[in-house]
Design a binder for this molecule. Structure first.
Ligand code: PPE
Length: 312
C-alpha cells in the first residue's frame, strides 16, 4: 500500500514508514486505549484541501477527553504537522489517520501512568466500499451485533478498542456475502454502519438517527444534513425503526472513507427501485462538489495546505 520512501509523523518527528514502530507492551495494543481520526484531503482547484480538518481534530481531542487521555500536542501543532506531512510525502490527495494511544508503561488496566503517543499517517485510499458500490449502491445486512451501548462504552468517542464491535459486524456481513452491515442500537433502533452514518428517504423526506441513538457524530453526517437542508429537503434527526430500512425509497451512508455511498438492498429487499434515487443523487452531487472544492458555498470546509515543497 505504501512506499518505503513515505514518511510518518510520530511524537513530533518525521520518520520513515518502516521506522514508525511501537513496543509490543504498548498499553493501547493490549487494552484498546487509543483514539483516532479518519480525514480526507482532496486535490482541489485551490490546492490540496483537507475536508473539515479542524472539526476532525476537535473530535480527536473530544474522544481523548472521554478516555482521560491528555494529548501532548496542541490541535494547531497536529494541524501544521499534517500539512507538512502531506507536502513532504508529495501527495495531492490522501486519507489522513491521526492516532493517539497509551504507550509503553506499567502493565495492568490503570492507564494514567502510561505515556500518550501520537502519530499521523497519510496514504492514498480509493472508494472504501468499492467503485461500483459508490456508483450503483451497495448491498447491506442488518447485523446480529448491536452497536456498543452507552451503558458500557462511549459511542461518541472514536476509540480503537470500540472498533471490535464494528469488526464483528463487518466479518459477519462479509461472510454472508454483503458489502456492509447496519447495526441497530441497544433498543433496536437503526444506528449506523460499521464505519458510516446512515440516512433513509421516504416520500422526499430524509431522516437520520439522532446523537442519542449511540451513533458516532460523523463530520460527513453533519455536512450532508446541512447540504440537504440548504437544498430545501426536510430532514429529521429521529429514531428510525428497522422496518423503515425495508420500506424506504432511498438509503445512503456517509463517512470519510465511504464518502456518500448509496445502499441498493437491505436484507435482500431492494431499496426503492434498487438503484440510487433522485434525493441521493442530488445530495451526493452537491456533497462531491464540496469535497472536491467545486462549491463556493462550502469553500471554508476545506483547509488548504500551504506548506511549500522542500527544495530538491
Ligand atoms: N460511524 C463510525 C463507527 C465510523 O467509524 C465513522 C467513520 C463514521 C460513523 C462516519 O464519521 P465521519 O467520517 O466523521 O463522517 N469511519 C472512519 C473509519 C474507517 C476505517 O475503516 O478505518 C472513516 O470513514 O474514516
Amino acid at each position: 500500500m505504501q512506499n518505503a520512501a513515505d514518511l510518518i509523523w510520530m511524537n513530533g518527528e518525521f520518520v520513515a514508514w518502516g521506522d514508525a514502530k511501537v513496543h509490543v507492551l504498548s498499553h493501547g495494543l493490549h487494552y484498546g486505549t487509543g483514539v483516532f481520526e479518519g480525514i480526507r484531503a482532496y486535490d482541489t482547484p485551490r490546492g490540496t484541501g483537507i475536508f473539515r480538518h479542524t472539526d476532525h481534530l476537535r473530535r480527536l481531542y473530544d474522544s481523548a477527553k472521554l478516555y482521560y487521555m491528555p494529548i501532548p500536542f496542541s490541535q494547531e501543532e497536529l494541524r501544521a504537522a499534517t500539512h507538512e506531512l502531506i507536502t513532504r510525502n508529495g501527495l495531492r490527495s490522501c486519507y489522513i489517520r491521526p492516532i493517539a494511544f497509551r504507550g509503553n508503561g506499567p502493565m495492568g488496566l490503570f492507564p494514567l501512568d502510561c505515556p500518550v503517543d501520537v502519530a499521523i499517517a497519510v496514504w492514498e485510499w480509493g472508494a472504501y466500499l468499492g467503485d461500483e458500490g459508490k456508483q450503483r449502491g451497495i448491498r447491506a445486512k442488518v447485523s446480529s451485533w448491536r452497536r456498543i451501548s452507552p451503558d458500557s462504552l462511549q459511542p461518541a468517542a472514536k476509540a480503537t478498542g470500540q472498533y471490535l464491535n464494528s469488526v464483528l459486524a463487518k466479518i459477519e456481513s462479509h461472510k454472508a456475502g454483503y458489502e456492509e452491515a447496519i447495526l441497530l442500537d441497544d433498543v433496536g433502533h437503526v444506528c449506523e454502519g460499521t464505519g458510516e452514518n446512515i440516512f433513509v428517504v421516504k416520500d422526499g423526506r430524509i431522516a437520520t438517527p439522532p446523537a442519542t441513538a449511540s451513533i458516532l457524530g460523523g463530520i460527513n453526517r453533519a455536512s450532508v444534513i446541512q447540504i440537504a437542508r440548504d437544498l430545501g429537503y426536510e430532514l429529521a434527526e429521529r429514531d428510525i425503526a428497522r422496518s423503515e430500512l425495508y420500506l424506504a425509497d432511498e438509503v445512503f451512508v456517509t463517512g470519510t472513507a465511504a464518502e456518500l455511498t448509496p445502499v441498493r438492498e437491505v436484507d435482500d429487499h431492494p431499496v426503492g427501485a434498487g438503484e440510487p434515487g433522485p434525493v441521493t443523487r442530488s445530495v451526493a452531487s452537491e456533497f462531491e462538489d464540496a469535497l472536491h472544492g467545486r462549491s463556493e458555498r462550502y469553500a471554508d470546509w476545506l483547509d488548504i495546505v500551504h506548506v511549500a515543497a522542500p527544495a530538491t
